[in-house]
Every structure is written in structure tokens, then in C-alpha cells.
Design a protein around this ligand. Sequence first.
Ligand SMILES: Cc1cc2nc3c(=O)[nH]c(=O)nc-3n(C[C@H](O)[C@H](O)[C@H](O)COP(=O)(O)OP(=O)(O)OC[C@H]3O[C@@H](n4cnc5c(N)ncnc54)[C@H](O)[C@@H]3O)c2cc1C
Length: 274
Amino acid sequence: MKPTGLLEVTAVRRVTPRTVRVTFTGDGLGELEPWPDQQLKLLFPPPGRPVRLPPAGDDVMRWYQTYLAIPAEERPVMRSYTVRGRDPGRAAIDVDFVLHAGPAGPATAWASRAAVGEVLGRYGPDPAYRRSLSTADTLLCAGDETAIPALASILSEVDNTVAFVEVADAAEEQPLPGEVHWLHRNGAEHGSRLLEAVRGAALPAGSVAAWLAGEASTVRALRRHLVGDRGLAKSAVEFTGYWRRSLTQDDAPTPEDLADAAEKLGDSTGWKGS
Ligand SMILES: Cc1cc2nc3c(=O)[nH]c(=O)nc-3n(C[C@H](O)[C@H](O)[C@H](O)COP(=O)(O)OP(=O)(O)OC[C@H]3O[C@@H](n4cnc5c(N)ncnc54)[C@H](O)[C@@H]3O)c2cc1C
């Protein structure tokens, strides 16, 4: 399957008060191989313009350079999302957009008024980014509402999971398989309930691996806790900062982001339980 192409909206619905599920069809989606945690980049055209896509190439870095070479006024805004569901028969995928609190960025603004017939671009899902699943006795997962699409696919593939999911309030819960502990912010600081719950959790006997995603500083604190206080091997903790407080996805990486990226590159041993 070509990793890039156009996506057309065929349905839009609210699955929770703050989550919009958009169904897209597009060339190549029918041949998309299934694997858990399928990430993709969505490309949002500037208002009033069609989406302009760089040509498909074999190399993601070359594709990105071509993307950057598009004149600023025509260049689509790029944001990361996860496939929430797929229907190969109709060459369709679902993507869940969290309508987050605070200033809406371009992706959230688009999702809040998405309509059938609109067209976005995509890069991915790309099998090059496929990760192997945990083989530990227990997989501990922790994330916020932006991680629910990835969690839904991981939890349905892996047995023996324990998940902690922090959402705005009870209305944001969604059915997920396995043992899931829902944490409601109810106005508390983002990430505080998640950190408190994971720090207070008793880890099961046997080997434990972890999967963490959500707000970057919370993910970092969770990882430090699991490695530093609980003794998990660094290679047993798969982690991704999905978004950063007060920063957009276009803003330059902070020194902490660069340190995280270096840690990830250094983890060449794969994802194994401690
Ligand atoms: C691999 C990956 C997969 C992802 N999958 C999903 C997914 O399936 N569904 C999903 O909804 N998101 C997902 N995200 C997160 C999403 O990409 C970010 O939330 C993104 O910043 C949203 O873009 P935006 O244009 O709305 O905001 P931006 O322009 O990036 O940011 C604008 C402002 O909004 C704030 N902000 C951004 N996201 C949030 C948030 N969630 N809560 C509170 N404030 C926020 C920023 O701090 C900034 O101040 C994923 C991220 C990654 C890296």
C-alpha cells in the first residue's frame, strides 16, 4: 500500500461529548494490513484550498523534505493521529479526534466542524513504524484520552493487560477490553490522576512491560517512575509524548523532547519485559 494519499470524509459522529469519530475512505485503505497502534499523519489544507500532497516516495525523510518545500501558504498542516477502526471491505478507516480543552489547534478546529465530503491528506499508516507487541507476563498501559485509539487496538491483541486511562470526566469513558481503571480529572490538573494511580498501583508478579502515551511531561514522569522506582528495564517501557502543554506540534522540540528521542533511538533491543 502507498503510505500517502487522499482521504475523503464519509461520516462524522460524536462518540463522547469531547470525541469526534470521522470515517474516511481513500485509495489503498482496503489493502492496509492490520496491526495494533497504527499511527498516521493527517494533512489539513489551508482554508479554501485543496490539499497539496508531496509525491509518494519510498523514503519518509525525502517525503518530508518535499513536504517542507511546498510554499508556506499552500503547505498543509500536519498532525499525528491513530487509526481507531477499519473496514477493509469499504476501504475505510475511523479516526477519533479529541476536542481538547484550551486553544484549539488546526486539527481540533477542523474536527469540531468536519463534514462529509471534505478531503484531507495522509502519510501512513506505514508498516515501517510497526512495533512488536509485548511478550511480558503483564502489559501495564497508561495514557490520556488521545491514547484511547491506540489502547483499543493494543488491549484487544495482548492478554494480561492492566490499563490506566485518564479522561476529562465519566462521560469520556469508552468500552475497552481487559482490566481498565478509568481516572476522571473532573477539573484536576492534566496528568495528575494518572500519575497518582500508577504510582499507587501494585505491580503483578512476573515480568512487566509498559506502554505509555499522552501529554509529554506526564509520560516522562511515568517512565521515570517505572524505571527509577519500580525497576523496569528501559527497554521494557514503550513511551510516546503525544502532545505538549502550551506547544503545538509545529513548535521546535524542547531539550526534554530531544532527550526522549535519543532514548528511543538508543533502545535497539526491542520491547521486552523486565
Ligand atoms: C503518534 C500519535 C498518535 C496520536 N493519536 C491521536 C488520536 O488518535 N486522537 C487524538 O485526538 N490525538 C492524537 N494524538 C495527539 C494529537 O496529535 C495532538 O493532540 C495534536 O496536538 C492535536 O493537534 P491540534 O492542531 O488540535 O493542536 P496543536 O496545534 O498541536 O496545539 C494547540 C494547543 O493545544 C494544546 N493541545 C494539543 N493537544 C491537546 C490535548 N489532547 N489536550 C489538551 N491540550 C492539547 C497544545 O498544548 C497547544 O497549546 C496523537 C499524537 C501522536 C504523536
